[in-house]
Ligand binder design. Structure first.
Ligand code: PMT
Length: 409
């Protein structure tokens, strides 16, 4: 998945540079964050302003004209992957020899993650023994070479040397980055809005549709996790998900707390009521009896309860904020969350009921990161990638009873 991934798009100077604008657009549409670098000659073929408009940030063009002190190392530390498209014969040669005399080659040299190159040049240059040698060296260094293909080239020539289409580069990038597997993980997800009874007819509820939690549960199941979805909403139809249907905060708390000690991760997406009627009426309240007096009491805090367990899983919360997410950092700490995803429910396309979401991720150390508006399923994919990273860096709790898929029945 590319959602939430940070991609450096390095453009070197060839006619195929115009395709890099399409490539940047495809990457942004897939939810990736893109920063571009252009060699001097690339700027003869494509205006930096075009890439700036598509990616939302001005391309880096030179070591020494850059506002950053060390743009190549900064970009290399920031990126999840680098794509060099088009990669000219000169750029391939620099990369193969480690000659870091421009910002593209310097950034690739400083980078330790996946690098893809999409060569584009005339057939004679592509078939020259020097280029063949360079390609062999690059492939031996683990660089993924995508294309070229045969077709019409600049100046009316025909033959091998044409850069592959952007869609093919995006596919190759997806493959290179992969999506982390959750094989062997036990996951608990909560979803939907709880309902707190006033009487047998009425309740205190909220607008959660369950879409965000469902997307998280489905993405985890697709990646091989054993998923329990504790929900008060319509669950997804997915064979890999065990559904526990609940209604109130108390029922949700009981179901989550029962399963959390055996889980690796608990993602609590549900919008849980913070208070409920203390004495719900057993009979329907009648209008003729006058206005009822509702005494409220707090509901159990499910997330805090998970954090207090002796054997607690990695804890991920969500926070529905009406406005900027400043409060969310405090909430993450007070509820003992390892990660907290805040969404502004007043922003268009974000929060309750819609198919998209824009979240700000807060980590336990107080740092935060804003993700762009994307489909809830793409948020879910990026969320699991982030949890995989987090768990890899965390000491794991003691052994837990393993459950197998067939233990479910
Ligand atoms: O379901 P959708 O229509 O797709 O909408 C998604 C969503 C907006 C509901 C979701 O993205 C979201 O923001 N969920 C959390 C909503 C919420 O209750 O936020 P909160 O700030 O009140 O709670 C913070 C965290 O504490 C949440 O993880 C919540 O599950 C948890 N909590 C809250 C109260 C409580 N009594 N117990 C809890 O565990």
């Amino acid at each position: 998945m590319l959602a939430g991934r940070r991609i450096v798009l390095a453009v070197s100077g060839g006619v195929a540079a115009f395709k890099s604008a399409y490539l940047a657009r495809r990457l942004v549409e897939a939810g990736a964050e893109v920063r571009a670098i252009m060699t001097r000659s690339a700027q003869e073929f494509l205006g930096p302003q075009t890439l700036a408009a598509i990616t939302g940030s001005h391309p880096h063009v030179d070591f020494f004209e850059d506002p950053d002190v060390s743009p190549h190392t900064d970009l290399a530390r920031w990126a999840d992957a680098i794509v060099v498209a088009p990669a000219t014969a000169a750029t391939l040669s620099r990369l193969a020899t480690g000659l870091s005399d421009d910002l593209v080659s310097g950034t690739v040299l400083a980078f330790t993650g996946p690098v893809l190159v999409a060569p584009a040049m005339h057939t004679e240059m592509w078939e020259h023994p020097a280029t063949r040698r360079n390609i062999e060296v690059l492939a031996g260094d683990g660089i993924v070479v995508v294309g070229p293909v045969s077709g019409s080239l600049a100046g009316g020539d025909e033959g091998p040397g044409r850069m592959v289409e952007p869609e093919e580069i995006v596919e190759a990038l997806r493959e290179a980055l992969g999506s982390g597997t959750l094989e062997g993980w036990l996951v608990v997800v909560s979803a939907g809005g709880t309902r707190e009874a006033i009487d047998p007819v009425r309740f205190i509820g909220n607008r959660s549709s369950g879409k965000m939690g469902n997307a998280i549960a489905v993405e985890a199941a697709e990646r091989g996790a054993l998923v329990t979805l504790v929900t008060s909403a319509e669950p997804p139809d997915h064979a890999g998900i065990e559904v526990v249907q609940v209604e109130s905060a108390a029922e949700m708390a009981a179901a989550v707390w029962e399963r959390a000690p055996g889980a690796d991760v608990a993602v609590l997406t549900a919008a849980v009521a913070d208070f409920r009627p203390k004495n719900p009426s057993a009979a329907k309240l009648r209008r003729a009896e006058g206005l009822p007096e509702l005494e409220l009491e707090p509901t159990p805090d499910i997330l805090s309860g998970v954090a207090e367990l002796e054997r607690r899983p990695c804890r991920v919360g969500f926070a529905a904020e009406a406005g900027p997410a400043a409060e969310a950092a405090i909430k993450a700490k007070s509820k003992g969350a390892d990660l907290l995803f805040a969404n502004d429910i007043t922003a268009p396309g974000s929060g309750f009921g819609v198919d998209t979401n824009a979240v700000t991720v807060f980590t336990a150390d107080g740092s935060s990161e804003e993700w762009p508006l994307m489909p809830k399923r793409a948020v879910a994919a990026a969320l699991w990638d982030r949890i995989i990273e987090l768990r890899a860096a965390m000491p794991q709790p003691g052994a837990r009873p393993r459950r197998r898929r067939q233990d479910r029945s």
